[in-house]
Write a protein that binds this ligand. Structure first.
Ligand code: DGY
Length: 318
């Protein structure tokens, strides 16, 4: 069977794939152009893709022999599920293994924005650190006692809650599905309406999947309901936040800061408006990017593909 990888994976993963299949890999720093993908997908049985590859209806329709799509990600909003289902194509993904890493990064962004770490780093690199210990220099805010609002209480949202408890924060959440009373008690969190989440959180962190319901859920209107001192954190998907509105809200001090690992269109350019705003911390989509996690993701991506092509139960399938 023939396999297409839209980017290189770890050596051990490629070696494993080569044991079973004829493997072709799109090399290079930029994602495989759609035209090339539509050509190459015609003859393969398996596809390994990444969250920035748009596997839409047009692409899937070209795939004459495709049996399995295995994505190196927990998110699968880049794949047209209905089109895949129509062609009986199975889909594997990598949840669970990246939960901790993404939750860690979320806490990292919260701490960074609240305590202005990266901002301070920029001050030093610019050569502008002139006075030490000025009483009101680079003053941030404490996490302790603040209210953390979690939107989306799946695996990652819950892992964020567990970590935030260590910082003695009050934690509230809103999600499509409410947790059981026992789960809420175990996590020490309370369910509130979306409106209350917006109005009363000091930090709002997004952990929901991207879909038509969550598209631009955070926009100027919703941000106007937030506290002026509130911070927005997004490690989920860029399009959940209307970026033009976010820039406007930050410039007009409707909210006080943002920590973002995801953007509407990635990679963002150096000239992007967000890069000109001091009270933002921007990360290049690295939620799952720890050595241990990425290795586990590679392993599961390969296992999903192999099992799927063997018509066996995948480790994680959609
Ligand atoms: C995913 O796996 O969907 C994440 O966005 C990667 O960090």
């Amino acid at each position: 069977m023939r396999i297409l990888l839209t980017r290189k994976l770890h050596k051990f993963a490629i070696k494993e794939l080569k044991k079973y299949y004829t493997v072709s890999i799109h090399d290079g720093k930029i994602p495989i152009p759609k035209k090339e993908l539509m050509e190459k997908i015609k003859n393969v049985e398996g596809l390994i893709c990444f969250p920035y590859d748009l596997i839409d209806r047009e692409v899937i329709e070209k795939a004459r022999n495709l049996k399995v799509i295995s994505t190196y990600s927990v998110g699968y909003d880049h794949i047209d599920l209905a089109a895949a289902k129509k062609k009986n194509i199975r889909i594997g993904y990598t949840p669970d293994v990246l939960t901790g890493a993404t939750a860690d990064l979320t806490l990292g962004l919260i701490l960074d924005v609240m305590r202005r770490i990266t901002e301070g780093d920029r001050v030093i690199r610019r050569g502008s650190w002139h006075q030490i210990f000025g009483a009101s220099d680079y003053v941030g805010v404490d996490l302790e006692g603040k209210t953390l609002g979690i939107f989306g209480i799946g695996r990652i949202g819950q892992a964020v809650a567990k970590r935030a408890r260590g910082f003695e924060m009050n934690i509230q959440y809103n999600s499509r599905k409410r947790l059981s009373k026992n789960q809420e008690k175990f996590l020490g969190i309370k369910f509130v309406s979306f409106d209350t989440l917006l109005r009363s959180s000091d930090i709002l962190t997004i952990h929901a999947p991207y879909n038509p319901e969550t598209h631009h859920l955070i926009n100027f209107k919703t941000m106007k309901k937030m506290k002026k001192t509130a911070v927005l954190i997004n490690t989920a998907r860029g399009k959940i936040v209307n970026e033009v509105d976010l820039v406007k809200a930050l410039k007009r001090k409707i909210i006080s800061g943002a920590g973002l690992d995801v953007f509407e269109k990635e990679p963002i350019k150096k000239s992007h408006e967000l890069t000109k705003i001091e009270n933002t911390v921007l990360a290049p989509h690295i939620g799952s990017s720890s050595a241990e996690t990425r290795k586990k993701m590679a392993s599961i991506t390969v296992q999903n593909l192999v099992l799927g092509l063997q018509k066996k139960k995948m480790v994680y399938s959609i």
